[in-house]
Design a protein around this ligand. Sequence first.
Ligand code: NAP
Length: 479
Amino acid sequence: MTQKHDNLIGGQWLAGSNYTPNLNPSNLGDVIGEYTQASAEQLDAAVQAARAAFPAWSTSGIQARADALDKIGTEILARREELGTLLSREEGKTRPEGIGEATRAGNIFKFFAGECLRLTGEVVPSVRPGIGVEITREPVGVVGIITPWNFPIAIPAWKIAPALAYGNCVVMKPADLVPGCAWALAEIISRSGIPAGVFNLVMGRGSVIGDPLVNHPGVDAISFTGSQGVGARIAQQCAVTLKKIQLEMGGKNPQVILDDADVAQAVELSVQSAFFSTGQRCTASSRLIVTEGIYPKFVEAMKVRMAGLKVGDALAAGTDIGPVSSLSQLEQDLSYVDIGQAEGAVLLAGGERLKLPTDGFFMAPALLTDTTAGMRINREEVFGPVASIIRVKGYEEALFEANNTPFGLAAGIATTSLKHATHFKRHSQAGMVMVNLPTAGVDYHVPFGGRKGSSYGSREQGRYAQEFFTIVKTAYTLP
Ligand code: NAP
């Protein structure tokens, strides 16, 4: 018998309409647990509970909020190995990556515990003599949080922590594929001293409860991370109901490698960005844009490095790359390898499903060469361990190709030229730019987000998070 996990609504653990098994993508015979599916009525009850809790929570003392968030962060950090293992078991990133993500989640709660105490306003003179003007920030209200499967504890953390810190109430819907970490996080939150109804967890499919959450009149704002298609749909729906929105979506991130780059460093950061976490990171580099002087050396070194990568069980020691998270994602990844070759690309390495001792969704990371900017493989997000190389003449063409995408999340450059690094930082059309560092891998205390089709609304993380999770009020006083 596997353990059953329920929704958290108004401080109570409630079973939904049915339960679905959460399967380990490294070993489909391993059932992590059964997770309930909320009904539309339960979604409504969760929103009502959050609304009822809002007046008291939004005016509660900042010390109480800081203490609760600190307690949550402390417990996550103390249990980081256990939570990281659960994460690897349900999502498929390696155990060190899972523990790293759990650690990040704990640090985020600690950071926002401090932010509770750092919210400031302004007192400014009025243009009318004798009048005082105060500018303050207040909570938005009930925030609906919708998260994807690829960061099952860090993304919930970086939305929930600021939402609570600034006095909002939350109804959260995690990805249906990976409810385990979200449930574990909800359980920790439920024991933190936060009043019933302030935080609610509803599990289930996006079409069943995500859609009603977005459209619910009792929800004031939606913070979403996921695909561009679902994000655009949510934007349209929220325009009708005039909800505040924050959307973090896909990427087709470029990694530029210039002639003057250190080859070993360029290979390492490209492999890290393109293939670690099974390439399932919105900030993964899927387009390696290489100038012609370094091209032969770089391609050869990539081939050698990729031959040494160990694909295997996410929990096994020594695994570099775990399984793809689901069968449908694996099929998508393999289909893009075929699409790339049909468009004229050459498969340099990998690209096939691997049979390992356990029944899982394993795939050899794929690298395609001889690709051009117009190919689908260079325009559409694959979201798996599939990368392509675009050969260019020099820096100007590399910059052009880096920006030649409807996305704009992250961009990287490998170079020893200060001139080119400086120019790239200024002229890259991405929200986050890395020099001699992988595009994937960011700090938790500074803003995160992109441009163009990758992001919509204000930034997440760091103190910039207050822009979304608060509303500015201007008050005038004639004493
Ligand atoms: P997705 O299919 O768009 O799903 C994201 C979330 O939206 C899930 O919880 C999903 O629920 C829910 N959803 C689906 N349909 C919905 C609807 N009609 N109304 C409301 N909610 C709905 O994305 P994914 O496959 O989970 O995640 C991969 C994508 O996320 C990639 O594009 C990746 O680049 C992006 N991502 C972006 C960032 C960033 O910060 N920019 C970070 C991580 C991932 P179900 O799970 O039940 O379908």
